[in-house]
Design a protein around this ligand. Sequence first.
Ligand SMILES: Cc1ncc(C[n+]2csc(CCOP(=O)(O)OP(=O)(O)O)c2C)c(N)n1
Ligand SMILES: [Mg+2]
Length: 599
Amino acid sequence: MARMKGADLITEHLIRNRIPYVFGICGHGNVGLLDALYQARDRIKLVSPRHEQVAAHMADAYFRVRHEPVATLTSCGPGSCNIVMALQVALSDSSALLAITANVPTQQFNRSPFQEINRHFQADFPNIIRPVVKRSFQPTRVDMLPLALRQAMSTMLSGRPGPVNVDVPFNVFQEEDEVELPRAAPPHGAQRSGASPEQVSAALDMILEAKRPVLFIGHGVTLSEASKELTEFVHRLRVPVISSPNGMGCLDMTDKLSLGFIGRNGAYPANEAGRRADVVIAIGARFDDRSASSWLPGYSWNFPHAKLIHIDVDPDELGRNYPPDLPILADARTVLRQLLAEFDHRAPKREGALRAWHADIETWQAEWEVFTRPNFDIHASPIRPERIVADCQAVLPPDAILACDVGVNHNWYMQFWKARRPQTMLNSWGFSGMGFGAAGVLGAKLAAPDRPCVAIAGDGCFTMVPHVLCTAVEYDIPVVWVIWNNFGWVSIRDIQLGMFGGRELGTMFHSGGNKTPYNPDFAGWAKASGVDALTITKSEDFKGALEHAVKANKPFLIDVHVDADVRPPATGTWQLPPTPHKEPVFGQRWLPGEPAPTK
Ligand SMILES: Cc1ncc(C[n+]2csc(CCOP(=O)(O)OP(=O)(O)O)c2C)c(N)n1
Ligand SMILES: [Mg+2]
């Protein structure tokens, strides 16, 4: 026991848990903690971006790259309200961060002091944040801090990781008490559950009997750091892999057995394999609408015609959309190791097994290549989307980190990017919060200072968080922003074109009444902020510009003018009831019992 101020206890707790950064924004509510961070500034660093949303996206991306958490710090009232969206981004995608929010002094609870949220309950910020975090704690005395901090840290990192909130009234930072610093929480991945021997045996029976097995992997495989085991499993059992965006790179996507993403914006071989599979082994993947063609049978999957083995650490995800034949509540890496051990033990003869399935897959891969490849070689102005993806792929090394933002630009990367390593392609997948990529790239770079970190951000997303430029300069964070500039919220414009008779309103950027396409001069904006920048309007110029930006090793923005009227080819479907869904552009629905389709 030692007599300590609350703010010092919190700071020491962060340091004991090996948290190197606090991404925080000041306010009168949190100056007490800022003061403690000042005293400890040699051991923990404050990075102060210009908007709380950015702080939370940075922390989220930091965790996705390193699987080690950092904390955010926001003040009472509006400052903390600004992180709500970014916390849901983290929650949807199972990313951990410790959101420390300040509140008004307990002595003033219910008096409606400056910035108290109290319409229904005193100091009620925890009720605002509650749906977007795994847990919210509100210690109202210094002697309550040790328990709250210890529980917060282990809740955040155990099971399915996610953001956790500790809401601290102003006086709790400042007051002292006799307290003991809590033990450090076990790091992420320290606690792992496995399948029962019966489940392992039953799963392997189903996999070995399958004629058309497919793996569907998601963020759970990435979070479990199961890339090595997955790769070994795939190579030894020869089961092809479909990946959700946050699972990408767990199997090198240049591998012949990597089929890419599934759903409307997936790759054709993945949808073909998904809808024809007889056994699907889903690991840490959710079958959300975008990776299941809105659950319409025959487009991406055909359950219950296909048998489903569903492995996840979160019981809520097992069977959320498709009831599994074999649900396994366990950690991805542990189960893969168990399956490999069982496979070794049985040593089954696999010569020639799955030959017909592999031949089908190779045919679909070849057809997809013939359909898509020519467009990757076209030089044009405005630039064709495929060229940007291709040039990023050519320039960036396999360990480079891509922080993707939201929009049609993201659809192109989901469909065609080949992630080579895990944790190299960051996506706001479940919640699609605009600004995640443009802001998150700063956190990614702090997590991986020696690797190139590139944000792919639409013009719309970037203009939601343009002040990221200031933060990169202030803290010397050498990231590259590629602005996918198509002069509009084009993903939404395309919904208006496709479903609402082409009536465009509020989705393209125009100046004045004459419908002249408008955007700020992004390069000029960057330069005014102290960031080097280039504008690219011809596809021939992009590759060199990106090489230059990466080599420059300083904050750099490339504004790329992209054709807004070239759309990614849909290979599955997506539905917003009651509007009718569209048939795929390439490939078609197949239901069990139907003859093979003709394209
Ligand atoms: C914070 C937030 N606001 C609104 C949306 C809805 N939304 C999804 S994509 C999009 C447009 C994105 O525009 P841009 O960044 O230019 O990308 P593009 O689709 O043009 O490639 C919008 C408004 C969202 N996902 N997040
Ligand atoms: Mg746009």
